[in-house]
Design a protein around this ligand. Structure first.
Ligand code: GAR
Length: 318
């Protein structure tokens, strides 16, 4: 499995949704793990549970603090814990625009209504007063507007005769505990492919004109239709522990020069090395994907048939 997403969960109280996420994350195939539980209320019951389960916690009262300053402290704690995704779980604080922007596309919330109905507070009272047949819960991406981001999943919950806000809330909560971990897992999984090195190499390679993919000696290779291979993805080749993309250089001299200049980034790949290919490492921890894209484009040119490069040279002349 790809590395698990590192989830930061923000709570303000009981934390039962946090607990649902925590216990879901105990499954071996769950794509997220809780890296931090943070609260704006140091007395939040959920903090005690998280700590007892061995999860790092952070608590800071928001009282007397400007919203942006408080959020900056939460943000710092999340970053320090290496959090990659944020889940709001009964977090009863409006977020500053800076914080929302900082975690855009990587922050979700659970809300106890079938959005877009009943944003804000007292959702169950309002559903009952309106005579609705169902209440329910929604998981949505967090955007600047309160309870307004794209909905990722919902569960309707039937309203029973005699329901009060409390009895309805209790049943909706059961649905929340089922919905949140499932939607979060799907969402995290859906976001993963773009982050792993092979997917990114694939995306950059197949964006080049008439580029195709084909396995070559068990490794994903990329070639130009009617031309030659311009890239191979290499992961732990013969147990060398290296993740890299192999691309063409102009020849062994350029290859040697590159390796001398930056031996942490470049290496001479076995088998292809004698013909001037170079390995560009993708496991340095700070891969410059724009640079990888330039390498792929250049290698593509060296591998493409004349009919394609001629067209490009003409275009470049303008
Ligand atoms: C949950 O019902 C959650 O949907 C709601 O607060 C409760 C928190 O319970 N959230 C909101 O109303 C957000 N606007 P929990 O602390 O036990 O998870």
């Amino acid at each position: 499995m790809a590395d698990r997403a590192r989830l930061g969960v923000l709570i303000s109280g009981r934390g039962s949704n946090m607990a649902a996420l925590l216990y879901a994350s105990r499954a071996a195939d769950c794509p997220f793990a809780l890296a931090l539980v943070a609260s704006n209320d140091p007395d939040a019951a959920g903090l005690t549970l998280a700590a007892a389960e061995g999860i790092a916690t952070f608590a800071l009262s928001h009282r007397g603090m400007a919203r942006a300053d408080f959020d900056a402290r939460i943000d710092a704690a999340l970053r320090e814990a290496g959090v990659t995704h944020v889940a709001l779980a009964g977090y009863m604080r409006l977020l500053s625009p800076e914080f929302v922007e900082r975690w855009a596309g990587r922050m979700v919330n659970i809300h106890p209504s079938l959005l877009p109905a009943y944003k804000g507070l007292h959702t169950h009272e309002r559903a009952l007063a309106a005579g609705d047949s169902h209440g329910g819960c929604s998981v949505h991406l967090v955007t600047a507007e309160l309870d307004d981001g794209p909905v990722l999943g919902q569960t309707p919950v039937a309203i029973l005769p005699g329901d009060t806000a409390e009895t309805l809330a209790a049943r909706v909560l059961i649905a929340e505990h089922q919905l949140y971990p499932r939607i979060l897992a799907d969402w995290v999984r859906a976001g993963q492919p773009a982050d792993d090195p092979l997917s990114r190499v694939r995306e950059l390679s197949l964006a080049l004109p008439e580029a195709r993919e084909k396995l070559s000696h068990g490794a994903p290779g990329f070639f130009v239709e009617g031309g030659k291979f311009f890239a191979y993805f290499s992961a732990d080749h013969h147990g060398n522990g290296i993740t890299a993309v192999l691309v063409r250089t102009s020849g062994v001299e350029e290859q040697a020069m590159l390796i001398e200049r930056d031996p942490a980034l470049y290496y001479r790949p076995p088998y292809l090395g004698p013909s001037g290919w170079i390995g560009v490492r993708l496991d340095t921890g700070d891969t410059d994907w724009a640079h990888v894209g330039e390498w792929l484009a250049r290698s593509w040119r060296l591998a493409a048939p004349k009919r394609l490069t001629r067209l490009m040279d003409v275009a470049d002349a303008f």
